[in-house]
Design a protein around this ligand. Structure first.
Ligand SMILES: [Mn+2]
Length: 356
């Protein structure tokens, strides 16, 4: 017990001391990185058992991702950093063998996320926003952890059918794509005591700066954890009861208005009618319009600095299913990054009607 309390307090101290250095580096970075967006593909499929999810980054690129990301900002610079590479070292394999042998591919998970943490930090030094394309949702750990290292005052909106907050001791499947959030929260990271999180991801996410939207398949231990820590989660029953506008209002009220926002969007948050090609589809999800409404509202805060889009699996379903799923993902990204359904005229010559 004493040990875990020490760990937790070290976590907070580190988070505080990083604040000062990071805000000065951010000021410097914004001079060189005015309105640019970095993209990294993370073709990681080992957080779950189905092949195919690693194909999504390149498929999205072939499906006009760049144009979609530029749809409302002609001058915006898009920097594509390609697909993330990583190598697994012996220390990680040793940790897997000794402590986490019942988790599938722990060493790969850690190696990939360590590389992603460094990559996110680089992207945020060089750009005002970044997008990480999965891969499965295991990459949410590295994406958010890297973001937290650059910007310790961060809020996280996790849009998903699942809570992804299992511990190694509670996971039935051993699939680590169901666990990334537990690596991020201060209150849970002591359960990963052999994962060296203080070293690789020293900044934690405060539990009051996490909001889930779209949940509808929560494991019993996950429900226990969410309720024990009072984590805000808007499951589909709440969304049905109060409606998306109210969910948006409650979400924005919960987030610190001074914070930047990370949006981690699992395509399975959407209903399987509009996102059939995904590994753990659950019926009764968000409509595409609801998904768009939510990301529009987040975008309008002008505080979204990092986005993940994960779990699109082009090997599941037929050709039409894949097309539908990719199109839905692109619609979400389009609205997330600036497209307005109500129209806009920021990039045209407004002199065409003459002067007043
Ligand atoms: Mn997920």
């Amino acid at each position: 017990m004493l040990g875990s309390r020490n760990l937790a307090s070290r976590c907070v101290r580190l988070a505080r001391s990083k604040t000062t250095t990071s805000s000065s580096s951010r000021a410097k970075a914004s001079v060189v990185a005015e309105q640019s967006r970095g993209i990294i593909g993370v073709p990681f499929a080992k957080g779950q058992g189905k092949q195919g999810v690693e194909l999504a980054p390149d498929l999205l690129r072939q499906s006009n991702l760049r144009q979609v990301l530029q749809s409302s900002h002609d001058g915006l610079v898009i920097r594509d950093y390609g697909n993330l590479q990583y190598a697994v070292d012996e220390t990680l394999l040793q940790q897997q063998r000794v402590h986490y042998h019942h988790i599938r591919n722990y060493a790969d998970f850690m190696a990939c996320n360590r590389a992603l943490i460094e990559q996110v930090k680089i992207m945020l030094q060089q750009n005002s926003q970044f997008l990480a394309i999965g891969g499965d949702h295991a990459i949410g750990f590295g994406s958010v952890a890297g973001h937290l290292q650059h910007t310790p005052n961060l809020s996280l909106v996790w849009i998903d059918a699942h809570a992804d907050i299992n511990l190694h001791s509670t996971s039935q499947s051993g699939n680590i794509h169901g666990m990334p959030v537990s690596f991020l929260l201060e209150q849970l990271r002591t359960t990963w005591q052999h994962a060296c999180l203080d070293e690789i991801a020293p900044n934690c996410l405060p539990k009051d700066q996490l909001v889930y939207i779209g949940l509808r398949d929560i494991d019993p231990y996950e429900a226990f954890i969410l309720n024990k820590f009072g984590i805000r989660y808007y499951a589909m029953d709440t969304i049905d009861r109060v409606g998306v506008p109210k969910i948006i209002e409650m979400t924005l009220d919960a987030l610190n208005p001074q914070n930047k926002i990370h949006v981690s969007f699992d395509i399975d948050a959407l209903d399987s009618n509009v996102a059939p090609s995904t590994g753990t589809a659950v019926r009764g999800g968000l409509t595409l319009r609801e998904g768009i409404s939510i990301v529009e509202a987040l975008r309008d805060t002008k505080r979204v600095q990092g986005v993940d889009l994960v779990e699109i699996n082009p090997k599941l379903g037929n050709e039409r299913d894949v097309r539908t799923t990719v199109d839905s993902g692109l619609e979400i990204l389009k609205s997330m990054f600036g497209y307005r359904r109500s129209g806009h005229w920021s990039n045209i010559d407004t002199g065409i009607l003459g002067s007043d």
